[in-house]
Design a protein around this ligand. Sequence first.
Ligand SMILES: *[C@@H]1O[C@H](CO)[C@@H](O)[C@H](O)[C@H]1NC(C)=O
Ligand SMILES: *[C@@H]1O[C@H](CO)[C@@H](O)[C@H](O)[C@H]1NC(C)=O
Length: 569
Amino acid sequence: MIVTRVWFRTLGSASILFLVGILWYLRHTRYTTVQVHKSSFDWSQVKYLHHAQPEVGAVSGATRILPKIQHRFERSSNISKKQRQRRDVILSTFKKCWRNYRTYAWKQDELLPISAGGKNSFGGWAATLIDSLDTLWIMGLKEEFFEAVGVVASLDWNSTPETSCSVFETTIRHLGGLLSAYDLSGHDALLQKAVELGDMLITSFNTPSGLPASWLDFEKAKTGQLEAGFHEPSTSAGSLALEFTRLSQVTRDPKYYNMVTKVAVLMQQSQNQTKLPGMWPANWNLATGNFVSDNSFTIGAFADSTYEYLPKMFALTGGADTMYAQMYRTAAEAITNSLLYRPTTPNEDDVLFAGSVWVESDGSQRLNPEGQHLSCFIGGMYGVGGKLIGDESHVELGLKLTKGCIWAYNAFASGIMPENFNLVACPSIHGPCPWDEEKWRQKLYADFDGHDDLPKGFTNARVPTYLLRPEAIESVFIMYRITGREELLDAAWTMFQAIDKATSTPYGNAAIEDVGTVGSRQRDSMESFWLAETLKYLYLIFSPPDGMSLDEWVFNTEAHPFRRPRGSY
Ligand SMILES: *[C@@H]1O[C@H](CO)[C@@H](O)[C@H](O)[C@H]1NC(C)=O
Ligand SMILES: *[C@@H]1O[C@H](CO)[C@@H](O)[C@H](O)[C@H]1NC(C)=O
Protein backbone atom coordinates (compact mmCIF):
# COMPACT_ATOMS: atom_id res chain seq x y z
CA MET A 1 0.00 0.00 0.00
CA ILE A 2 2.72 2.42 1.10
CA VAL A 3 4.75 1.61 -1.95
CA THR A 4 1.79 2.35 -4.16
CA ARG A 5 1.21 5.72 -2.52
CA VAL A 6 4.85 6.69 -2.91
CA TRP A 7 4.70 5.73 -6.54
CA PHE A 8 1.65 7.81 -7.12
CA ARG A 9 3.15 10.80 -5.41
CA THR A 10 6.45 10.64 -7.26
CA LEU A 11 5.10 10.02 -10.68
CA GLY A 12 1.99 12.12 -10.64
CA SER A 13 -1.06 11.27 -12.61
CA ALA A 14 0.29 12.49 -15.97
CA SER A 15 3.21 10.11 -15.75
CA ILE A 16 0.88 7.27 -14.80
CA LEU A 17 -1.15 7.97 -17.90
CA PHE A 18 2.03 8.00 -19.95
CA LEU A 19 3.08 4.66 -18.46
CA VAL A 20 -0.30 3.13 -19.17
CA GLY A 21 -0.01 4.47 -22.70
CA ILE A 22 3.38 2.80 -23.18
CA LEU A 23 2.10 -0.50 -21.85
CA TRP A 24 -0.91 -0.32 -24.11
CA TYR A 25 1.32 0.52 -27.05
CA LEU A 26 3.65 -2.40 -26.35
CA ARG A 27 0.75 -4.78 -26.13
CA HIS A 28 -0.83 -3.32 -29.23
CA THR A 29 2.31 -3.47 -31.35
CA ARG A 30 2.94 -7.00 -30.23
CA TYR A 31 -0.54 -7.68 -31.49
CA THR A 32 -0.21 -6.08 -34.89
CA THR A 33 3.40 -6.58 -35.88
CA VAL A 34 3.26 -10.35 -36.32
CA GLN A 35 5.18 -10.92 -39.52
CA VAL A 36 3.14 -13.03 -41.91
CA HIS A 37 5.25 -15.24 -44.16
CA LYS A 38 3.45 -16.17 -47.33
CA SER A 39 3.29 -19.85 -48.22
CA SER A 40 5.77 -20.84 -50.92
CA PHE A 41 3.07 -21.79 -53.40
CA ASP A 42 0.06 -19.65 -54.31
CA TRP A 43 -2.87 -22.02 -54.64
CA SER A 44 -5.20 -19.32 -55.94
CA GLN A 45 -3.29 -19.58 -59.23
CA VAL A 46 -4.28 -23.20 -59.89
CA LYS A 47 -6.13 -23.57 -63.19
CA TYR A 48 -9.49 -25.34 -63.10
CA LEU A 49 -9.09 -27.61 -66.11
CA HIS A 50 -12.32 -29.54 -66.14
CA HIS A 51 -14.95 -26.92 -65.71
CA ALA A 52 -15.14 -23.19 -65.56
CA GLN A 53 -14.88 -21.59 -62.15
CA PRO A 54 -18.46 -21.40 -61.00
CA GLU A 55 -20.51 -18.33 -61.76
CA VAL A 56 -20.31 -15.51 -59.33
CA GLY A 57 -23.28 -15.69 -57.06
CA ALA A 58 -24.08 -15.21 -53.46
CA VAL A 59 -26.28 -16.70 -50.80
CA SER A 60 -29.67 -16.91 -52.46
CA GLY A 61 -32.18 -15.17 -50.21
CA ALA A 62 -32.24 -12.31 -47.74
CA THR A 63 -31.37 -12.74 -44.09
CA ARG A 64 -34.19 -12.70 -41.59
CA ILE A 65 -34.65 -12.82 -37.84
CA LEU A 66 -34.51 -16.44 -36.75
CA PRO A 67 -36.13 -17.80 -33.59
CA LYS A 68 -33.97 -17.65 -30.45
CA ILE A 69 -32.08 -20.84 -29.67
CA GLN A 70 -30.96 -20.14 -26.12
CA HIS A 71 -33.10 -20.42 -23.01
CA ARG A 72 -33.83 -17.09 -21.30
CA PHE A 73 -31.51 -17.44 -18.31
CA GLU A 74 -32.34 -15.28 -15.31
CA ARG A 75 -28.76 -14.30 -14.57
CA SER A 76 -27.19 -14.84 -17.93
CA SER A 77 -23.95 -13.00 -17.20
CA ASN A 78 -23.39 -14.53 -13.78
CA ILE A 79 -22.66 -18.01 -12.51
CA SER A 80 -22.75 -19.57 -9.09
CA LYS A 81 -19.64 -20.21 -7.04
CA LYS A 82 -20.01 -23.94 -7.65
CA GLN A 83 -19.98 -23.49 -11.44
CA ARG A 84 -17.04 -21.13 -11.18
CA GLN A 85 -15.06 -23.70 -9.22
CA ARG A 86 -15.88 -26.36 -11.78
CA ARG A 87 -14.84 -24.04 -14.57
CA ASP A 88 -11.52 -23.40 -12.86
CA VAL A 89 -10.83 -27.14 -12.73
CA ILE A 90 -11.48 -27.40 -16.48
CA LEU A 91 -9.19 -24.42 -17.02
CA SER A 92 -6.33 -25.99 -15.09
CA THR A 93 -6.77 -29.27 -16.99
CA PHE A 94 -6.47 -27.32 -20.24
CA LYS A 95 -3.45 -25.38 -19.01
CA LYS A 96 -1.62 -28.56 -18.06
CA CYS A 97 -2.13 -30.00 -21.55
CA TRP A 98 -1.17 -26.75 -23.27
CA ARG A 99 1.96 -26.26 -21.18
CA ASN A 100 3.17 -29.74 -22.02
CA TYR A 101 2.23 -29.41 -25.68
CA ARG A 102 4.33 -26.25 -25.73
CA THR A 103 7.25 -27.96 -23.97
CA TYR A 104 7.29 -31.36 -25.65
CA ALA A 105 5.41 -31.08 -28.94
CA TRP A 106 5.51 -27.43 -29.97
CA LYS A 107 4.44 -26.88 -33.61
CA GLN A 108 3.75 -30.59 -34.05
CA ASP A 109 0.28 -32.01 -34.61
CA GLU A 110 -0.20 -33.83 -31.32
CA LEU A 111 1.29 -34.20 -27.87
CA LEU A 112 2.11 -37.76 -26.80
CA PRO A 113 0.60 -37.60 -23.31
CA ILE A 114 2.41 -40.62 -21.85
CA SER A 115 5.88 -40.50 -23.39
CA ALA A 116 6.05 -36.67 -23.44
CA GLY A 117 6.88 -36.29 -27.11
CA GLY A 118 5.15 -35.10 -30.22
CA LYS A 119 3.89 -36.59 -33.46
CA ASN A 120 2.65 -35.41 -36.82
CA SER A 121 -0.51 -37.08 -38.00
CA PHE A 122 -2.23 -34.28 -39.96
CA GLY A 123 0.37 -32.89 -42.34
CA GLY A 124 2.64 -31.38 -39.68
CA TRP A 125 0.92 -27.97 -39.65
CA ALA A 126 0.63 -27.75 -35.85
CA ALA A 127 -2.87 -29.27 -35.68
CA THR A 128 -3.21 -29.02 -31.90
CA LEU A 129 -1.99 -25.43 -31.93
CA ILE A 130 -4.44 -24.31 -34.62
CA ASP A 131 -7.29 -26.35 -33.18
CA SER A 132 -6.72 -24.71 -29.75
CA LEU A 133 -6.52 -21.05 -30.81
CA ASP A 134 -10.15 -20.19 -30.10
CA THR A 135 -10.15 -22.17 -26.84
CA LEU A 136 -7.15 -20.10 -25.69
CA TRP A 137 -9.05 -16.93 -26.53
CA ILE A 138 -12.28 -18.06 -24.88
CA MET A 139 -10.41 -19.10 -21.72
CA GLY A 140 -8.74 -15.68 -21.57
CA LEU A 141 -5.23 -17.03 -22.19
CA LYS A 142 -4.28 -14.09 -24.41
CA GLU A 143 -0.53 -14.29 -24.05
CA GLU A 144 -0.58 -17.94 -25.12
CA PHE A 145 -2.97 -17.00 -27.92
CA PHE A 146 -0.68 -14.35 -29.41
CA GLU A 147 2.33 -16.62 -29.12
CA ALA A 148 0.40 -19.24 -31.10
CA VAL A 149 -0.67 -16.66 -33.70
CA GLY A 150 3.03 -15.97 -34.23
CA VAL A 151 3.52 -19.63 -35.13
CA VAL A 152 0.53 -19.62 -37.47
CA ALA A 153 1.86 -16.54 -39.27
CA SER A 154 4.97 -18.43 -40.35
CA LEU A 155 3.28 -21.65 -41.47
CA ASP A 156 3.88 -22.74 -45.04
CA TRP A 157 1.09 -25.01 -46.28
CA ASN A 158 3.41 -26.12 -49.06
CA SER A 159 5.95 -27.43 -46.59
CA THR A 160 4.85 -30.87 -45.44
CA PRO A 161 6.44 -34.31 -45.62
CA GLU A 162 3.10 -35.69 -46.82
CA THR A 163 2.04 -35.95 -50.45
CA SER A 164 -1.66 -35.47 -49.65
CA CYS A 165 -4.01 -34.43 -46.87
CA SER A 166 -7.55 -35.30 -45.83
CA VAL A 167 -9.81 -32.54 -47.14
CA PHE A 168 -12.42 -33.14 -44.45
CA GLU A 169 -10.03 -33.18 -41.47
CA THR A 170 -7.99 -30.21 -42.67
CA THR A 171 -11.16 -28.23 -43.35
CA ILE A 172 -12.86 -28.83 -40.01
CA ARG A 173 -9.72 -28.61 -37.86
CA HIS A 174 -7.32 -26.16 -39.54
CA LEU A 175 -9.55 -23.98 -41.69
CA GLY A 176 -12.31 -24.01 -39.05
CA GLY A 177 -9.81 -23.21 -36.30
CA LEU A 178 -8.28 -20.26 -38.18
CA LEU A 179 -11.64 -18.77 -39.17
CA SER A 180 -13.01 -19.01 -35.68
CA ALA A 181 -9.90 -17.51 -34.07
CA TYR A 182 -10.18 -14.71 -36.64
CA ASP A 183 -13.86 -14.17 -35.83
CA LEU A 184 -13.01 -13.88 -32.14
CA SER A 185 -9.84 -11.77 -32.31
CA GLY A 186 -10.01 -9.99 -35.66
CA HIS A 187 -6.30 -10.74 -36.09
CA ASP A 188 -5.44 -10.29 -39.74
CA ALA A 189 -2.65 -12.90 -39.82
CA LEU A 190 -5.26 -15.56 -39.12
CA LEU A 191 -7.39 -14.45 -42.04
CA GLN A 192 -4.42 -14.40 -44.41
CA LYS A 193 -3.50 -17.95 -43.43
CA ALA A 194 -7.12 -19.07 -43.69
CA VAL A 195 -7.34 -17.70 -47.23
CA GLU A 196 -4.11 -19.45 -48.25
CA LEU A 197 -5.38 -22.72 -46.81
CA GLY A 198 -8.88 -22.27 -48.23
CA ASP A 199 -7.40 -21.67 -51.70
CA MET A 200 -5.47 -24.91 -51.32
CA LEU A 201 -8.35 -27.03 -50.01
CA ILE A 202 -10.89 -25.75 -52.52
CA THR A 203 -8.78 -27.22 -55.33
CA SER A 204 -10.11 -30.59 -54.13
CA PHE A 205 -13.04 -29.62 -56.39
CA ASN A 206 -10.68 -29.49 -59.39
CA THR A 207 -11.90 -32.90 -60.64
CA PRO A 208 -13.73 -34.13 -63.75
CA SER A 209 -17.02 -34.36 -61.83
CA GLY A 210 -16.55 -31.00 -60.12
CA LEU A 211 -17.13 -32.76 -56.78
CA PRO A 212 -14.38 -32.88 -54.18
CA ALA A 213 -11.74 -35.58 -53.89
CA SER A 214 -11.58 -36.66 -50.27
CA TRP A 215 -7.75 -36.71 -50.33
CA LEU A 216 -5.97 -33.70 -51.70
CA ASP A 217 -2.95 -35.06 -53.56
CA PHE A 218 -0.94 -31.86 -53.82
CA GLU A 219 0.81 -32.47 -57.13
CA LYS A 220 -2.30 -33.81 -58.84
CA ALA A 221 -4.38 -30.92 -57.55
CA LYS A 222 -1.92 -28.41 -58.99
CA THR A 223 -2.01 -30.00 -62.43
CA GLY A 224 -5.68 -30.91 -62.66
CA GLN A 225 -5.09 -34.66 -62.38
CA LEU A 226 -7.23 -35.09 -59.27
CA GLU A 227 -10.24 -37.40 -59.39
CA ALA A 228 -13.07 -37.78 -56.91
CA GLY A 229 -13.72 -41.30 -55.57
CA PHE A 230 -16.49 -43.80 -56.38
CA HIS A 231 -17.28 -44.74 -52.80
CA GLU A 232 -16.56 -41.97 -50.32
CA PRO A 233 -17.95 -41.09 -46.88
CA SER A 234 -20.73 -38.54 -47.32
CA THR A 235 -18.95 -36.19 -44.90
CA SER A 236 -16.05 -35.80 -47.31
CA ALA A 237 -18.34 -33.71 -49.54
CA GLY A 238 -21.36 -32.97 -47.35
CA SER A 239 -19.50 -31.49 -44.40
CA LEU A 240 -17.47 -28.69 -45.99
CA ALA A 241 -20.30 -26.19 -46.23
CA LEU A 242 -19.96 -24.26 -42.98
CA GLU A 243 -16.23 -23.53 -43.24
CA PHE A 244 -16.21 -22.48 -46.89
CA THR A 245 -19.36 -20.40 -46.48
CA ARG A 246 -17.73 -18.55 -43.57
CA LEU A 247 -14.63 -18.05 -45.70
CA SER A 248 -16.77 -16.48 -48.44
CA GLN A 249 -18.52 -14.29 -45.89
CA VAL A 250 -15.32 -12.88 -44.38
CA THR A 251 -13.48 -12.46 -47.72
CA ARG A 252 -16.60 -11.39 -49.67
CA ASP A 253 -15.37 -13.75 -52.39
CA PRO A 254 -18.25 -16.10 -53.35
CA LYS A 255 -16.07 -18.76 -55.02
CA TYR A 256 -15.82 -20.97 -51.92
CA TYR A 257 -19.53 -20.78 -51.19
CA ASN A 258 -20.33 -21.56 -54.82
CA MET A 259 -18.24 -24.73 -54.73
CA VAL A 260 -19.91 -26.19 -51.66
CA THR A 261 -23.33 -25.15 -52.92
CA LYS A 262 -22.89 -27.53 -55.87
CA VAL A 263 -22.84 -30.36 -53.34
CA ALA A 264 -25.90 -29.01 -51.52
CA VAL A 265 -27.90 -28.78 -54.75
CA LEU A 266 -27.12 -32.42 -55.54
CA MET A 267 -28.07 -33.35 -51.99
CA GLN A 268 -31.40 -31.63 -52.34
CA GLN A 269 -32.14 -33.25 -55.70
CA SER A 270 -31.35 -36.72 -54.41
CA GLN A 271 -32.81 -36.52 -50.90
CA ASN A 272 -36.14 -38.16 -51.73
CA GLN A 273 -34.72 -40.55 -54.34
CA THR A 274 -32.62 -42.71 -52.03
CA LYS A 275 -33.46 -46.16 -50.66
CA LEU A 276 -34.41 -44.48 -47.41
CA PRO A 277 -36.05 -41.28 -48.68
CA GLY A 278 -35.15 -38.22 -46.63
CA MET A 279 -31.67 -39.54 -45.78
CA TRP A 280 -28.57 -40.03 -47.88
CA PRO A 281 -26.57 -43.25 -47.75
CA ALA A 282 -23.33 -43.19 -45.78
CA ASN A 283 -21.26 -43.42 -48.97
CA TRP A 284 -21.53 -41.35 -52.11
CA ASN A 285 -20.20 -41.74 -55.61
CA LEU A 286 -18.38 -38.44 -56.05
CA ALA A 287 -16.94 -39.45 -59.42
CA THR A 288 -20.42 -39.42 -60.98
CA GLY A 289 -22.49 -37.39 -58.52
CA ASN A 290 -24.71 -40.38 -57.78
CA PHE A 291 -25.72 -40.05 -54.12
CA VAL A 292 -28.56 -42.57 -54.12
CA SER A 293 -27.42 -46.11 -54.86
CA ASP A 294 -26.01 -47.35 -51.53
CA ASN A 295 -27.97 -49.35 -48.93
CA SER A 296 -26.38 -48.27 -45.66
CA PHE A 297 -27.79 -45.38 -43.59
CA THR A 298 -26.37 -43.90 -40.41
CA ILE A 299 -25.89 -40.61 -38.62
CA GLY A 300 -22.68 -41.97 -37.07
CA ALA A 301 -19.21 -42.35 -38.57
CA PHE A 302 -18.93 -41.31 -42.26
CA ALA A 303 -22.21 -39.37 -42.22
CA ASP A 304 -22.54 -37.40 -38.98
CA SER A 305 -21.74 -33.79 -39.80
CA THR A 306 -23.43 -34.00 -43.20
CA TYR A 307 -26.66 -33.85 -41.14
CA GLU A 308 -25.28 -31.64 -38.37
CA TYR A 309 -24.51 -28.91 -40.92
CA LEU A 310 -28.06 -28.64 -42.29
CA PRO A 311 -29.54 -26.52 -39.46
CA LYS A 312 -26.16 -24.90 -38.85
CA MET A 313 -25.96 -23.67 -42.46
CA PHE A 314 -29.43 -22.20 -42.09
CA ALA A 315 -28.15 -20.29 -39.04
CA LEU A 316 -24.84 -19.23 -40.62
CA THR A 317 -26.57 -17.80 -43.70
CA GLY A 318 -28.94 -15.87 -41.45
CA GLY A 319 -31.91 -17.87 -42.69
CA ALA A 320 -31.16 -16.87 -46.30
CA ASP A 321 -30.42 -20.37 -47.53
CA THR A 322 -33.84 -21.94 -46.91
CA MET A 323 -32.77 -25.02 -48.87
CA TYR A 324 -30.87 -26.16 -45.76
CA ALA A 325 -33.86 -25.74 -43.45
CA GLN A 326 -35.98 -27.79 -45.85
CA MET A 327 -33.35 -30.52 -46.07
CA TYR A 328 -33.05 -30.56 -42.27
CA ARG A 329 -36.81 -30.91 -41.80
CA THR A 330 -37.03 -33.78 -44.27
CA ALA A 331 -33.92 -35.55 -42.93
CA ALA A 332 -35.01 -35.24 -39.29
CA GLU A 333 -38.35 -36.82 -40.11
CA ALA A 334 -36.67 -39.79 -41.79
CA ILE A 335 -34.15 -40.21 -38.97
CA THR A 336 -36.92 -40.07 -36.36
CA ASN A 337 -39.02 -42.64 -38.19
CA SER A 338 -36.27 -45.08 -39.17
CA LEU A 339 -33.14 -44.72 -37.00
CA LEU A 340 -34.24 -43.63 -33.54
CA TYR A 341 -35.06 -46.36 -31.05
CA ARG A 342 -35.75 -46.69 -27.35
CA PRO A 343 -33.55 -49.33 -25.68
CA THR A 344 -34.72 -51.65 -22.92
CA THR A 345 -32.96 -50.70 -19.69
CA PRO A 346 -33.30 -52.19 -16.19
CA ASN A 347 -34.84 -48.96 -14.87
CA GLU A 348 -36.91 -48.41 -18.00
CA ASP A 349 -35.32 -45.01 -18.57
CA ASP A 350 -37.07 -42.78 -21.08
CA VAL A 351 -34.03 -42.37 -23.33
CA LEU A 352 -33.34 -42.68 -27.06
CA PHE A 353 -30.48 -43.69 -29.34
CA ALA A 354 -29.86 -43.44 -33.07
CA GLY A 355 -28.98 -46.77 -34.72
CA SER A 356 -28.18 -47.55 -38.32
CA VAL A 357 -30.33 -49.03 -41.08
CA TRP A 358 -29.57 -51.40 -43.92
CA VAL A 359 -32.11 -51.40 -46.75
CA GLU A 360 -32.60 -54.88 -48.25
CA SER A 361 -33.04 -55.45 -51.97
CA ASP A 362 -36.82 -55.78 -51.45
CA GLY A 363 -36.82 -52.32 -49.87
CA SER A 364 -37.36 -53.50 -46.29
CA GLN A 365 -35.35 -51.74 -43.58
CA ARG A 366 -33.21 -53.58 -41.04
CA LEU A 367 -32.42 -51.53 -37.94
CA ASN A 368 -29.16 -52.25 -36.15
CA PRO A 369 -29.76 -51.01 -32.57
CA GLU A 370 -26.22 -49.80 -32.10
CA GLY A 371 -24.73 -46.82 -30.38
CA GLN A 372 -21.67 -44.83 -31.39
CA HIS A 373 -19.93 -42.15 -29.41
CA LEU A 374 -19.78 -40.15 -32.65
CA SER A 375 -23.60 -40.28 -32.88
CA CYS A 376 -24.03 -38.46 -29.58
CA PHE A 377 -23.94 -35.11 -31.43
CA ILE A 378 -27.48 -35.86 -32.65
CA GLY A 379 -29.15 -34.62 -29.45
CA GLY A 380 -27.69 -31.17 -30.01
CA MET A 381 -28.63 -31.27 -33.69
CA TYR A 382 -32.30 -31.88 -32.88
CA GLY A 383 -32.14 -29.13 -30.27
CA VAL A 384 -30.66 -26.47 -32.55
CA GLY A 385 -32.69 -27.60 -35.59
CA GLY A 386 -35.95 -27.74 -33.65
CA LYS A 387 -35.46 -24.22 -32.29
CA LEU A 388 -34.57 -22.80 -35.71
CA ILE A 389 -37.60 -24.26 -37.49
CA GLY A 390 -39.87 -23.72 -34.49
CA ASP A 391 -40.65 -27.38 -33.75
CA GLU A 392 -40.46 -28.14 -30.01
CA SER A 393 -40.97 -31.88 -30.61
CA HIS A 394 -37.43 -31.93 -32.02
CA VAL A 395 -36.14 -30.32 -28.82
CA GLU A 396 -37.83 -33.05 -26.77
CA LEU A 397 -36.25 -35.74 -28.93
CA GLY A 398 -32.90 -33.97 -28.57
CA LEU A 399 -33.18 -34.10 -24.80
CA LYS A 400 -34.02 -37.82 -24.77
CA LEU A 401 -31.14 -38.57 -27.13
CA THR A 402 -28.78 -36.58 -24.93
CA LYS A 403 -30.04 -38.45 -21.88
CA GLY A 404 -29.31 -41.69 -23.72
CA CYS A 405 -25.62 -40.78 -23.93
CA ILE A 406 -25.56 -39.67 -20.28
CA TRP A 407 -27.18 -42.99 -19.31
CA ALA A 408 -24.56 -44.93 -21.31
CA TYR A 409 -21.73 -42.99 -19.65
CA ASN A 410 -23.08 -43.81 -16.19
CA ALA A 411 -23.64 -47.49 -17.01
CA PHE A 412 -19.96 -48.41 -17.45
CA ALA A 413 -17.47 -48.99 -14.62
CA SER A 414 -15.25 -46.08 -15.69
CA GLY A 415 -18.24 -43.74 -16.04
CA ILE A 416 -17.53 -43.38 -19.78
CA MET A 417 -19.40 -44.71 -22.79
CA PRO A 418 -17.64 -46.99 -25.32
CA GLU A 419 -16.89 -45.98 -28.90
CA ASN A 420 -19.35 -48.61 -30.28
CA PHE A 421 -21.90 -50.92 -28.67
CA ASN A 422 -25.28 -52.59 -29.11
CA LEU A 423 -28.54 -52.49 -27.16
CA VAL A 424 -31.97 -54.16 -27.42
CA ALA A 425 -34.56 -51.97 -29.16
CA CYS A 426 -38.23 -51.68 -28.24
CA PRO A 427 -40.69 -51.67 -31.15
CA SER A 428 -41.62 -48.00 -30.80
CA ILE A 429 -40.03 -44.83 -29.45
CA HIS A 430 -43.40 -43.74 -28.06
CA GLY A 431 -44.94 -46.82 -26.44
CA PRO A 432 -43.91 -48.54 -23.20
CA CYS A 433 -40.58 -50.34 -23.07
CA PRO A 434 -40.58 -52.96 -20.31
CA TRP A 435 -37.31 -54.51 -19.11
CA ASP A 436 -37.12 -58.18 -20.14
CA GLU A 437 -34.05 -59.77 -18.61
CA GLU A 438 -34.50 -63.06 -20.47
CA LYS A 439 -34.67 -61.33 -23.85
CA TRP A 440 -31.58 -59.28 -23.03
CA ARG A 441 -29.63 -62.44 -22.08
CA GLN A 442 -30.57 -64.11 -25.38
CA LYS A 443 -29.37 -61.07 -27.32
CA LEU A 444 -26.24 -60.89 -25.20
CA TYR A 445 -25.47 -64.48 -26.18
CA ALA A 446 -26.13 -63.77 -29.88
CA ASP A 447 -24.02 -60.57 -29.95
CA PHE A 448 -21.25 -61.97 -27.72
CA ASP A 449 -17.99 -60.12 -28.29
CA GLY A 450 -15.81 -61.51 -25.50
CA HIS A 451 -17.03 -59.12 -22.79
CA ASP A 452 -18.75 -61.15 -20.08
CA ASP A 453 -19.25 -58.31 -17.61
CA LEU A 454 -21.35 -55.85 -19.62
CA PRO A 455 -23.80 -53.55 -17.82
CA LYS A 456 -27.41 -54.72 -18.09
CA GLY A 457 -29.01 -53.52 -21.31
CA PHE A 458 -25.81 -53.68 -23.40
CA THR A 459 -25.34 -56.74 -25.61
CA ASN A 460 -21.77 -55.90 -26.61
CA ALA A 461 -19.14 -53.19 -26.53
CA ARG A 462 -17.68 -53.90 -29.94
CA VAL A 463 -15.18 -51.06 -29.65
CA PRO A 464 -14.62 -50.45 -25.93
CA THR A 465 -12.19 -47.52 -26.26
CA TYR A 466 -12.62 -43.87 -25.32
CA LEU A 467 -10.59 -41.50 -27.49
CA LEU A 468 -11.28 -38.24 -25.56
CA ARG A 469 -14.19 -37.50 -27.88
CA PRO A 470 -16.53 -34.55 -27.31
CA GLU A 471 -19.92 -35.52 -28.83
CA ALA A 472 -21.75 -36.49 -25.63
CA ILE A 473 -20.63 -33.40 -23.71
CA GLU A 474 -21.33 -31.29 -26.79
CA SER A 475 -25.00 -32.29 -26.71
CA VAL A 476 -25.18 -31.78 -22.95
CA PHE A 477 -23.80 -28.26 -23.46
CA ILE A 478 -26.20 -27.42 -26.29
CA MET A 479 -29.24 -28.84 -24.50
CA TYR A 480 -28.29 -26.92 -21.34
CA ARG A 481 -28.11 -23.68 -23.29
CA ILE A 482 -31.47 -24.49 -24.92
CA THR A 483 -33.41 -25.71 -21.88
CA GLY A 484 -31.57 -24.19 -18.89
CA ARG A 485 -32.00 -27.49 -17.01
CA GLU A 486 -29.65 -27.50 -14.04
CA GLU A 487 -29.33 -31.29 -13.92
CA LEU A 488 -27.39 -31.11 -17.17
CA LEU A 489 -24.65 -29.13 -15.39
CA ASP A 490 -24.30 -31.93 -12.86
CA ALA A 491 -24.33 -34.53 -15.62
CA ALA A 492 -21.50 -32.72 -17.40
CA TRP A 493 -19.50 -32.49 -14.19
CA THR A 494 -19.94 -36.20 -13.45
CA MET A 495 -18.83 -37.03 -17.00
CA PHE A 496 -15.79 -34.79 -16.76
CA GLN A 497 -14.69 -36.27 -13.44
CA ALA A 498 -14.94 -39.79 -14.82
CA ILE A 499 -13.05 -38.83 -17.97
CA ASP A 500 -10.26 -37.03 -16.16
CA LYS A 501 -9.86 -39.87 -13.66
CA ALA A 502 -9.46 -42.46 -16.42
CA THR A 503 -7.42 -40.42 -18.91
CA SER A 504 -5.20 -38.08 -16.89
CA THR A 505 -1.43 -38.51 -17.29
CA PRO A 506 1.45 -36.43 -15.92
CA TYR A 507 1.60 -34.56 -19.24
CA GLY A 508 -2.00 -34.38 -20.44
CA ASN A 509 -4.88 -36.74 -21.08
CA ALA A 510 -4.69 -40.03 -22.95
CA ALA A 511 -7.15 -42.22 -24.85
CA ILE A 512 -8.05 -45.43 -22.99
CA GLU A 513 -8.45 -49.01 -24.19
CA ASP A 514 -11.51 -50.21 -22.27
CA VAL A 515 -14.21 -48.14 -20.59
CA GLY A 516 -15.49 -51.31 -18.90
CA THR A 517 -12.42 -51.47 -16.64
CA VAL A 518 -11.55 -49.11 -13.83
CA GLY A 519 -7.93 -48.10 -14.35
CA SER A 520 -7.93 -49.16 -17.99
CA ARG A 521 -4.69 -49.19 -19.94
CA GLN A 522 -4.03 -45.83 -21.58
CA ARG A 523 -2.86 -45.15 -25.13
CA ASP A 524 -0.13 -42.65 -25.91
CA SER A 525 -2.55 -40.47 -27.84
CA MET A 526 -4.24 -37.10 -27.30
CA GLU A 527 -6.06 -35.97 -30.41
CA SER A 528 -6.39 -32.25 -31.00
CA PHE A 529 -10.16 -32.36 -30.44
CA TRP A 530 -9.59 -32.86 -26.70
CA LEU A 531 -8.45 -29.22 -26.42
CA ALA A 532 -10.52 -27.92 -29.34
CA GLU A 533 -13.83 -29.48 -28.41
CA THR A 534 -14.16 -31.52 -25.22
CA LEU A 535 -12.54 -29.03 -22.86
CA LYS A 536 -14.03 -26.03 -24.68
CA TYR A 537 -17.61 -27.32 -24.32
CA LEU A 538 -16.93 -28.19 -20.67
CA TYR A 539 -15.50 -24.74 -20.00
CA LEU A 540 -18.46 -23.07 -21.68
CA ILE A 541 -21.14 -25.07 -19.89
CA PHE A 542 -19.79 -23.79 -16.55
CA SER A 543 -19.40 -20.21 -17.87
CA PRO A 544 -22.03 -17.44 -17.93
CA PRO A 545 -24.52 -18.46 -20.64
CA ASP A 546 -24.42 -15.14 -22.48
CA GLY A 547 -20.78 -15.86 -23.42
CA MET A 548 -20.58 -17.56 -26.83
CA SER A 549 -24.38 -17.56 -27.03
CA LEU A 550 -25.88 -20.00 -29.53
CA ASP A 551 -27.91 -17.06 -30.82
CA GLU A 552 -24.76 -15.26 -31.93
CA TRP A 553 -22.43 -18.12 -32.78
CA VAL A 554 -22.65 -21.39 -34.66
CA PHE A 555 -20.10 -24.11 -33.88
CA ASN A 556 -18.57 -26.18 -36.66
CA THR A 557 -18.17 -29.92 -36.15
CA GLU A 558 -14.76 -29.35 -34.50
CA ALA A 559 -16.37 -26.90 -31.99
CA HIS A 560 -15.03 -23.82 -33.75
CA PRO A 561 -17.53 -20.96 -33.32
CA PHE A 562 -18.34 -18.79 -36.35
CA ARG A 563 -20.14 -15.49 -35.97
CA ARG A 564 -23.74 -15.50 -37.21
CA PRO A 565 -24.84 -12.51 -39.31
CA ARG A 566 -25.92 -9.59 -37.16
CA GLY A 567 -29.58 -8.83 -37.60
CA SER A 568 -30.54 -12.51 -37.89
CA TYR A 569 -31.15 -13.20 -34.20
C1 LIG B 1 -23.87 -13.26 -8.97
O1 LIG B 1 -24.55 -14.25 -8.21
C2 LIG B 1 -24.19 -14.31 -6.85
C3 LIG B 1 -24.99 -15.43 -6.19
O2 LIG B 1 -24.78 -16.62 -6.88
C4 LIG B 1 -24.46 -12.97 -6.17
O3 LIG B 1 -24.03 -13.02 -4.85
C5 LIG B 1 -23.73 -11.86 -6.93
O4 LIG B 1 -24.07 -10.61 -6.37
C6 LIG B 1 -24.10 -11.88 -8.42
N1 LIG B 1 -23.33 -10.88 -9.12
C7 LIG B 1 -23.83 -10.15 -10.09
C8 LIG B 1 -22.88 -9.18 -10.76
O5 LIG B 1 -24.99 -10.21 -10.44
C1 LIG C 1 -38.97 -34.50 -50.02
O1 LIG C 1 -40.12 -34.99 -49.39
C2 LIG C 1 -40.63 -34.19 -48.34
C3 LIG C 1 -41.83 -34.88 -47.75
O2 LIG C 1 -41.46 -36.02 -47.07
C4 LIG C 1 -40.98 -32.81 -48.87
O3 LIG C 1 -41.44 -31.98 -47.82
C5 LIG C 1 -39.77 -32.19 -49.52
O4 LIG C 1 -40.09 -30.97 -50.11
C6 LIG C 1 -39.21 -33.12 -50.58
N1 LIG C 1 -37.96 -32.57 -51.07
C7 LIG C 1 -37.76 -32.31 -52.37
C8 LIG C 1 -36.45 -31.69 -52.71
O5 LIG C 1 -38.58 -32.51 -53.21
